[in-house]
Design a protein around this ligand. Structure first.
Ligand code: NAD
Ligand code: UD1
Length: 343
């Protein structure tokens, strides 16, 4: 059976963890990444963790010529497509850059895949496509909307994939909608390494813990939630990585193409900002100073997944707890105070 996978964006946060999980499950990997938000060091560390050098090609998903060279060299079973830009604020300031990378880049990739008859894709979508949910937990048939160019770029790609699946029945297009990925590999060797001031909660908490930031601002304490702070479905990146293996295993077992198949990857449980901050402090025995601040524009009160479809279809469910997420984040951050730049 063909088991070689092209991993676009494989040098990034979720990509590196997924490459390890793929390797452990017997898949062969080729990473394709332009290193716009990652580093060689991340790839070196993945190679060290798996005990062999990983095949890496530096390149951009918008470069059809380079992609064709790679598809000529390798016979792929499918593509896991992480490559893309993900900062909401930056997407508002630079929408063209986001649509070009995330939408045009994906279309270029799909066209090359079609040309080479490789029609299995696992795409990184996001819970952001559910906008402000009307009901909780959120299942895959919930209405979709976007409030910023980043979210719109994910939603647009989903529409492209739906149209493609309708036009050509040979495609399997698994669209994984991640809830809030946090945590790091248990070794402490790889993890999330924001190049700028972190936008997301967990990296901000861990940078406060390591002394890179003075205190956390909690955006809003008057939401209709358990303690007034925002509720999200935090999922350990190692569980998320296993979700990709389960998606590929599912495609390997199918006799018919899956078409457009959206699947939530979440735990099904929500935690508030204060619950996460308190858990981090307790588990790691570190005080996290915080202040309450105004709500952040575009934020919603609560968001958590129904994870039933992933369980039923892929036999996958998240296993790791909030305690694991806090411990592993801190192991990575304390061993690498400056991320991959740590000497
Ligand atoms: P990341 O930035 O760490 O990884 C993305 C990788 O893609 C980086 O290594 C970057 O260099 C590469 N890349 C970007 N544009 C490229 C291009 N044009 N050509 C080739 N490589 C390119 O991000 P991540 O957190 O690992 O996220 C992976 C995917 O999951 C993204 O598509 C993101 O939008 C999506 N996602 C992430 C989250 C999250 O909270 N981290 C949540 C939902 C969805
Ligand atoms: C954010 C993005 C979303 C993206 C996701 C993953 C916004 C509006 N949404 O989701 O599109 O898919 O990241 O990259 O940016 N919080 C604080 N203080 C902080 C940071 C966050 O209180 O310094 C709060 C937020 O208000 C929220 C919770 O923590 O209630 C989680 O925030 P975050 O980690 O940014 O994730 P999302 O807002 O869910």
């Amino acid at each position: 059976m063909k088991n070689k996978i092209l991993v676009t964006g494989g040098a990034g946060y979720i990509g590196t963890h997924t490459c390890i999980a793929l390797h452990e499950s017997g898949y062969e990997i080729v990473i394709y990444d332009n290193l716009s938000n990652s580093s060689y060091e991340a790839i070196n560390r993945v190679s060290n963790l798996i005990g062999q050098s990983i095949e890496f090609i530096e390149g951009d998903i918008r470069d059809a010529g380079k992609l064709k060279e790679i598809f000529n060299l390798h016979e792929f079973f499918g593509v896991i497509h992480f490559a893309g830009l993900k900062a909401v604020g930056e997407s508002v300031a630079k929408p063209l850059m986001y649509y070009d990378n995330n939408v045009s880049g994906t279309i270029t990739l799909l066209a090359v895949m079609a040309e080479f008859g490789v029609k299995n894709l696992v795409f990184s979508s996001s819970a952001t496509v559910y906008g402000d949910p009307e009901t909780l937990p959120i299942n895959e048939t919930s209405p979709r909307s976007a409030t910023n160019p980043y979210g719109q770029s994910k939603l647009t790609v989903e529409h492209v994939l739906e149209d493609l699946a309708a036009a050509d029945k040979e495609w399997s297009l698994i669209t994984l909608r991640y809830f809030n990925p946090v945590g790091a590999h248990e070794s402490g060797q790889i993890g999330e390494d924001p190049s700028d001031i972190p936008n997301n909660l967990m990296p901000f908490i861990s940078q406060v813990a390591v002394g890179r930031r003075d205190k956390l601002s909690i955006f809003g304490n008057d939401y209709p939630t358990i303690d007034g702070t925002g509720v999200r479905d935090y999922i350990h990146v190692t569980d998320l990585a296993q979700g990709h293996v389960a998606a590929l295993d599912h495609l390997q077992q199918q006799t018919h193409a899956a078409g457009f198949l959206p699947i939530n990857l979440g735990t099904g449980r929500g935690s508030s900002v204060l619950e996460l901050v308190n858990a981090f402090s307790k588990v790691n025995k570190i005080d996290i100073p915080y202040q309450f601040a105004a709500r952040r524009a575009g934020d919603i009160a609560s968001c958590y997944a129904s994870a039933d479809k992933a369980q039923e279809l892929l036999g996958w469910q998240a296993k790791l707890s909030i305690t694991n997420m806090c411990e592993d984040t801190w192991r990575w951050q304390s061993m690498n105070p400056d991320g991959y730049n740590t000497k």
